[in-house]
Design a protein around this ligand. Structure first.
Ligand SMILES: Nc1ncnc2c1ncn2[C@@H]1O[C@H](COP(=O)(O)OP(=O)(O)O)[C@@H](O)[C@H]1O
Ligand SMILES: [Mg+2]
Length: 251
């Protein structure tokens, strides 16, 4: 049976109109990032953002959803396990990203779930996540973080099953999905704990690199299906306007 239920056409007709550029790439409008990717994400791609604490995974995911909504009218759904709506909205507003205004326009929806809830939603056919995606016509989805979801799984088999079902579900719904993954990866060790990098269409690593007695932030695209990207680590910063990527500079 289809995950849309018995009559997929009816459900889809009820959903808001989708953006006109549906056949085009999803631009992040994050300074420097689209240039690094030679465009943007392939539509319907699953992208994992890997990084240690404070590397800006949450900021980057939200910045992308915000920008796509504001600039291209792409409705986004963001599911957070770690932070409340108020906390996230306040933090992003300080950087100039008004998620509340987008919410009022129906272009952004924030959900705060326990990982165990999401896990049971994923197991259901046409569960609450899918219904929300359909209702708001979400073309972008953010899940922060896959690590929290992995941690509530009982054993390797269940974790694999949960991830596979999640990746399959978002594909069926045609959302371009951004998942954060909490991992202390280094340029010399990019193997993650749960193997999500093999499931995803795109992998972006965020590194906190030591240079003498200071630290620099470095961004590396490891994998991006359908995109020719440079094999290098480029600098990025988290500033008062959010994340900025410098594709033409060296670390
Ligand atoms: N205005 C700002 N200028 C510079 N850095 C900031 C600013 N606001 C927040 N940060 C930094 O952004 C980081 C938070 O990013 P966050 O997206 O929560 O990281 P992660 O989700 O990877 O843990 C923190 O390291 C914080 O110090
Ligand atoms: Mg975070």
């Amino acid at each position: 049976m289809s995950v849309f239920g018995e009559d997929p056409n009816l459900t889809r007709m009820d959903a808001p109109a989708r953006p006109q550029n549906i056949d085009e790439k999803v631009l992040t409008h994050v300074p420097g990032l689209d240039k690094l990717m030679g465009g943007g994400f392939e539509r319907n791609a699953t992208i994992c953002l890997f990084g240690g604490p404070g590397t800006g995974k949450t900021t980057l995911a939200l910045q992308i959803l915000h920008n796509a909504a504001v600039t291209d009218g792409e409705p986004g759904l963001y599911i957070s396990f770690e932070q409340s709506r108020d906390e996230v909205y306040r933090f992003m507003k300080r950087m100039g990203y008004d998620l509340e205004a987008l919410e009022k326009k129906g272009l952004f929806t924030f959900k705060n779930y326990y990982p165990t809830h999401l896990q049971s939603f994923i197991k259901e056919d046409r569960g609450p996540i899918e219904k929300t995606i359909e209702t708001i016509g979400a073309t972008l989805l953010g899940i922060d973080s896959l690590t929290a979801l992995a941690m509530v799984s009982e054993g390797e088999m269940e974790r694999r099953r949960t991830f596979l079902k999640l990746f399959e579900t978002v594909k069926i719904h045609n959302t371009t999905s951004i998942f954060t993954v909490e991992e202390h990866l280094t340029p010399d060790n990019i193997k993650s704990a749960y193997g999500t990098e093999f499931l995803a269409d795109g992998v972006v690593n965020l590194y906190n690199l030591r240079r003498e007695w200071t630290r620099r932030l470095g961004l590396e695209i490891i994998k991006m299906r359908g995109v020719a990207f440079p094999r290098k680590i480029v600098p990025y910063t988290i500033e008062s306007n959010g994340i900025n990527v410098f594709p033409d500079l060296n670390l």
